[in-house]
Write a protein that binds this ligand. Structure first.
Ligand SMILES: Cc1cc2nc3c(=O)[nH]c(=O)nc-3n(C[C@H](O)[C@H](O)[C@H](O)COP(=O)(O)OP(=O)(O)OC[C@H]3O[C@@H](n4cnc5c(N)ncnc54)[C@H](O)[C@@H]3O)c2cc1C
Length: 299
């Protein structure tokens, strides 16, 4: 299936946007800010929290990075003004990490100050491995000034458990996910069972300590195993939440988690870069093609 996916993905990039749109549409909450805010309101009305992501990464210059930051600032203010239950999720290469570390760190600090005033949380997404160390450095600096900033840890990376130990502090907010990039076997676990084992270890380490765990996965077996551990350990509901990506059909599992009064956050991406972003993600991880097709036929 992987081979077919790869051929299909390579073929996809030569097709016009109107053809690719059906693949991206269920997972992207529109192009304009008003569209994403409306989606977040709908999710809130259904009992979900949200986190808003402006699609994109790797800007060409500092002006572009600042424009992205300003757009996030506008969203932060709108979240406050409209009383929405939402945080934001940012990719640091979208705010210039690839161009200038210090510039990006300062921009992130500015964003944190604005988020602090509006009391809106921020999660710094994790990108591919050349950026891991710098992303954690910027996270650490931001977390010293703003208590509602979190980072992401990828269960497929061998280094993650050490990173977790070095990040551990009383304000720790960490989203644990499996990891989406195609990393080299020298640094990343490739076996699904082993990734899941590490995922559980990371979540348990956070919850055995003082941190807050965002459990970001659609793997129902994994969710159930973690839920069982959480119940056995009697972990307080204000120490963790489950997170899913917008558009991934998870109704049954989410309803069951909701019935236990767990917090559930939906990650909602939007923006004009949906096409480039979707193609890049599909090329990076052709497995998504089979998920999308499977989900289309499930409906
Ligand atoms: C809230 C959130 C934030 C994330 N942030 C990051 C990040 O910052 N950095 C990073 O590297 N990765 C991030 N990811 C992606 C993550 O690393 C995984 O690549 C992705 O979630 C798929 O893994 P899984 O845990 O769902 O398990 P899998 O075993 O891959 O999938 C389990 C099942 O979920 C369904 N599914 C999974 N993904 C999709 C999809 N995209 N479309 C349709 N169905 C799907 C399929 O039915 C699949 O069988 C994030 C994921 C979530 C949920």
């Amino acid at each position: 299936m992987n081979f077919i996916n790869t051929i299909f993905t390579n073929f996809l990039q030569f097709l016009p946007k109107w053809f690719v749109k059906p693949f991206a549409k269920p997972y992207v909450a529109g192009i304009k800010t008003e569209e994403v805010l409306k989606t977040v309101k709908d999710l809130n009305d259904q009992g979900f929290s949200a986190t808003i992501d402006i699609l994109g990464e790797f800007v060409n210059n500092k002006e572009e990075a600042r424009t992205v930051k300003d757009q996030y600032s506008q969203i932060i203010r709108a979240i406050k003004e409209k009383g929405l239950d939402s945080t934001i999720s940012v990719k640091l290469t979208h705010m210039g990490l690839d161009l200038d570390f210090t510039f990006c760190k300062n921009l992130m600090n500015e964003l944190c100050q604005e988020a602090k005033i509006c009391d809106v949380g921020i999660t710094i997404d994790m990108e591919n491995s050349p950026y891991t160390s710098n992303i954690y450095k910027i996270y650490k600096s931001a977390a010293e000034k703003f208590e509602k900033v979190g980072a992401v840890m990828q269960a497929y990376l061998h280094r993650s458990i050490d990173d977790l130990k070095s990040l551990n502090n009383s304000n720790l907010i960490l989203r644990i996910c499996k990891g989406i990039y195609n990393e080299d076997p020298s640094i990343a676990i490739k076996n699904k069972k082993e990734i899941n084992k590490n995922f559980k270890l990371l979540v348990q380490t956070i919850l055995d300590g003082d941190g807050y765990a965002c459990i970001a996965t659609h793997d129902i077996k994994l969710i159930n195993e973690i839920d069982e551990w959480i119940s056995d350990k009697n972990i307080s509901k204000d120490r963790f939440e489950f997170q899913v990506l917008y558009g991934v059909p998870m109704a049954k599992t989410l309803n069951s988690l909701k019935s236990k009064e767990y917090k559930i956050t939906v990650y909602v991406p939007f923006g004009s870069s949906w096409y480039d972003y979707s193609i890049r993600r599909l090329k990076e991880n052709p497995k998504i093609i089979s998920y999308v097709l499977k989900n289309i036929f499930k409906k």
